[in-house]
Write a new protein. Structure first.
Length: 120
């Protein structure tokens, strides 16, 4: 398991109970090992961040971005976060909420493909 800041744990629990519609929709498709028998966790503390979804077996992070993530400040913060996670050996996949809600089969296909490559 990856290291994380302990003080993030209460916030991650709160976020699990306040998921966006897109997070709920994707979680419904990730939970219970529906992707290649892999266990995913939601709102998981990693390093100094809380990631939307995490699969430790293949070191895969999935982030869902709302419209605010397209603002310059958020883009810069997301880029730093992705670099920090990549430096820890994690691969980050990013999807926007619209993609998840309207193009779920395509999103699942990408997740399945990347997980399969990292699994072998």
């Amino acid at each position: 398991m990856e290291h994380y800041k302990q003080q993030l744990k209460p916030l991650s629990r709160t976020l699990r109970f306040n998921m966006t519609d897109a997070e709920q929709a994707l979680w419904h498709r990730l939970r219970r090992k529906q992707i290649q028998g892999l266990q995913f966790y939601r709102q998981k503390p990693l390093l100094s961040y809380i990631v939307d979804f995490y699969c430790p077996a293949v070191k895969l992070v999935i982030e869902l971005d709302g419209s605010q993530h397209f603002e310059t400040t958020h883009l810069v913060n997301d880029q730093k976060r992705d670099i920090d996670l990549a430096n820890a050996g994690l691969q980050v996949l990013r999807f926007d909420n619209r993609q998840v809600l309207l193009e779920m089969p395509a999103v699942l296909e990408v997740i399945n493909e990347v997980a399969g490559k990292r699994k072998s």
